[in-house]
Write a protein that binds this ligand. Structure first.
Ligand SMILES: *Cc1c(COP(=O)(O)O)cnc(C)c1O
Length: 227
């Protein structure tokens, strides 16, 4: 199977999962995760209908974005973002999924201000409280969100998480539910709309959609194994 076929298959999975839980498939967007895959593979995906591409590494993304400038792609940043890359990130990405500290939020705000942009961001939550993972702790997320709201050049859109790894997609379900509940609590306590939940990957798209995912981040199921 080629990339276009696999993309279509993933889109079918998304559509069926949304319908199965009574959601509108249009409310779940696919972020095709391109990390380590060549520009040519990304071009095939975009030509086959992928509208959003997610990248994890700033330098790699910069090169791919330049090489694919002729296509209309919305680029999302989904990797761990170092503060010293904030300047490049606000110039390249429509949505940054991984804001996990006040310091990073402050840098993004400052750099967005310089170029007259309002940067859309998500707060990344370490929903499984794993030592090895980035993301703000669930207990600190509302405080961070409140501080982000106070920055005039950021617009908080929702939450992102990566649950603990498991071979069984169903194991992720309580973490997805916890992220949704945290989002609901945050939206109520800050009195803002937080429409986006970035959760679900190749193996567990269906489970994430059943728990309210609006952005699913899929790499392997579209592009094959990473080297
Ligand atoms: C690599 C990556 C994905 C995609 O994972 P697959 O299992 O290949 O679909 C999703 N989200 C993040 C943050 C990633 O780094």
């Amino acid at each position: 199977m080629n990339i276009a076929n696999r993309l279509q298959q993933v889109e079918q999975r998304i559509g069926q999962a949304a319908i199965a839980c009574g959601r509108n498939p249009a409310h779940v967007q696919l972020v095709a995760v391109g990390k380590t895959h060549p520009v040519n593979a990304l071009r095939q995906a975009a030509k086959a209908g992928a509208r959003i591409i997610g990248e994890n590494y700033i330098q790699e993304a910069r090169e791919k974005i330049a090489a694919l400038a002729d296509l209309s792609i919305s680029w999302h940043f989904i990797g761990h973002l170092q503060t010293n890359k904030a300047k490049t990130a606000v110039r390249l990405f429509d949505l940054i999924h991984t804001v996990d500290s006040i310091r990073l939020a402050g840098e993004l705000n400052k750099e967005a201000d310089k170029i007259g942009k309002r940067q859309d961001v998500l707060v990344e939550v370490n929903i499984g409280a794993e030592a090895s993972k980035s993301g703000v702790g669930a207990g600190q997320a509302i405080d961070l969100a409140r501080q982000i709201q106070a920055f005039g050049h950021l617009r908080l859109r929702g939450l992102m998480a990566m649950p603990p790894f498991s071979d069984d997609p169903l194991q992720a379900r309580p973490y997805f539910a916890a992220l949704r509940e945290l989002r609901d609590k945050m939206a109520a306590s800050l009195n803002i709309a937080l429409p986006e939940l970035s959760m679900g990957m190749s193996a567990d798209v269906e489970v994430a959609i059943a728990e309210g995912a609006t952005l699913v981040r899929v790499g392997t199921a579209i592009f094959g194994q990473r080297q």
